[in-house]
Design a protein. Sequence first.
Length: 185
Amino acid sequence: MNSSRTFWGIFTLLVAVAAHLSYILFVPSSQLKAKMSEIAEANGINTLAIGTPGSPAHSLAEYPSELVYAVCPFDLTSGPLRIRATVPEQYWSLEVYNARGGTIYTLNDQQAPRRQFSLYLSEDDPEPQAIVNAANSLGSSANSITVLTGTQTGVVEIRSAAASPLEAARSMEALGSTSCEVVKN
């Protein structure tokens, strides 16, 4: 009797762990894909969308009243992507995620090379000389950063402070002058 109870206790515990792991592994990535599809449908792919209240891009907001958001779902099949960013004089961060929500690259206002810079996203290339040639052909300089993504699809998310009306205005101005576009060869 005691071994039967132990068996069912262990069985129940294993089923609970398996259900929890399945949820953690599959639900967040499917939710992100659904949100990215909604944003891309409303604004287009490889296009920066500022997250105004009620817009699909605003649905990613973790702290909707304290930060201003912009997102750019990307697809690198037609070439590298260039983000021309303006960094305001306050908290600001840029993250690049793959389609499953894994972090590829992150940058904040303290790390940004200048107040205005370009970030180039290109698919991974294992040949070191090809990486150097791609960076040179994209116009890399001290004012630009090249990131090899290892994937064709994902999303760029930019967050900036908006805790006060002045911060919100500065953030909206910076995001308004930021762009996301495929590099034309």
